[in-house]
Design a protein around this ligand. Sequence first.
Ligand SMILES: [Zn+2]
Length: 72
Amino acid sequence: MSSRQSMTKKRYNRQCRACMEADETPNHVLLQCRGVAEQRAAYLGSPLPSLPEAHGDLGGLLSFWSELGWLE
Ligand SMILES: [Zn+2]
């Protein structure tokens, strides 16, 4: 790939703004992202919750997203 191609080729998947290591999908941010582990621990009770754990606490879930300020 030439340098010209790499400059014009855009990535449509948004890179996670917290860790820059993965695509910023809801499940990544909610369950896996290391960049927001502290917020997950604070609002969801675990830095690496399972999906049922994360979804089981709706209040914590909403607080978590609102703390991040990523809701658009
Ligand atoms: Zn991430």
